[in-house]
Design a binder for this molecule. Sequence first.
Ligand code: AMP
Length: 424
Amino acid sequence: MSGFQSPRGLRDLLEPLASAHGWATDRAWAAADAAGYARIELPIAEESALFERAVGGTSDIVAKELYRLEPRGDDAVTLALRPEATAGAVRAYIQHGMRSQPQPVRLATVAQLFRYDRPQKGRYRQFTQFDIEAIGDGGPGIDLEVIAIGAAYLRELGLTDVQVHLNSVGCTACRPAYVETLRAHFTPVSQELSEVDQSRLTTNPLRLLDSNETAAVKRAATAPAITDHLCADCAAHHAAVVSGLATIGVTVVAAPRVVRGLDYYTRTAWEYLLPGEQGQQGALGGGGRYDGLVELLGGTPTPAIGFAIGIDRVVLALEARGLLPAAAAGPAIVVAGIEAESLANRVAIAAELRAAGASARADVSTRKIGKQLEGAVRDGALAVIIVEPDGRLTLRDLVKASQAEPAERGGVIAAALRLVQNEG
Ligand code: AMP
């Protein structure tokens, strides 16, 4: 028997990817902090009805990809692992009465999500998103702010050619008529469409625009653009977003087929795309306005907008471009010694060095000192402190390959700290 493997679509992240993932996550929190978005940590599971209501029963992520948890004990409800973060954020906004705070309420999170998707490169069953939500402002200014925060985050990581593919999906006043126009456009070729697309033609023709199936893609190429069918209010909002982004200097591509998969979007919808990447891998994230969602989840009607950027895709893009940050460095100082009696002392000295701000580890073996030095070099250490049998310490500078005379503990620790400060 070969033993256990990680489940399909659920990955171990080893170095240097683990550090890159952590770095991109830290930068996400920092970007949110800098823009005045309050951090929010949401539970990893919610009532599955929340997602069914918010995301919509016909969407792939609810119809096919939701991980439901069997109710147990006194749990009366079925929970589901979160497939996206927006529904939870809006649930929290309502639950904690955030409507009484100054609007918009700006929230940010980095969330691990779960979707029972077909795993492939850039598509996993567990992945991480950086999410920004601004709830309580319907004007185009907040759209500009949110879109620009995501674009700047990606640019500052080194993905400088990121593009914003922008569309408007209208509102309840103008979308229904457009949907009928779209249905009329696809109906003549309905027999050529895949089974899934045929059912979309009935239930949600908008989704035909982001279908990957050949027949739908071909017909979508000549579909009327929703931006030509917006009501006056939606058209004015869209025009303000387009011209505002030009002022800010964000690269925008008009993208009439970006409709985002979810039912709750209204007006502004966009994707962050890297040109030239294969398939889905260039799709780093997306966002949209969701003016109906707070009300749909039981709150007072409240406009809102947000984005989700996939950290896993960001790391893949950085890797493809040779931009991965270095893995976490090994310890700068290794504390060596050969007697078993000095083990506790070695561990204590390493802890003291760390408390003083250096990175350090003890060699906790009793092997020959030469082997311990080799191990320190392999770790990229700058210095080794050798604990002598009499308790004195010897400082060895691995960069200069020089060694001092054994000396008293305090002086050697101070010298080691100075050395890594100068050479590190
Ligand atoms: P979505 O929430 O589906 O609009 O996706 C927003 C972003 O999340 C995408 O552009 C991807 O970067 C990322 N993403 C979505 N699904 C997955 C997945 N299964 N695996 C990895 N990243 C994903």
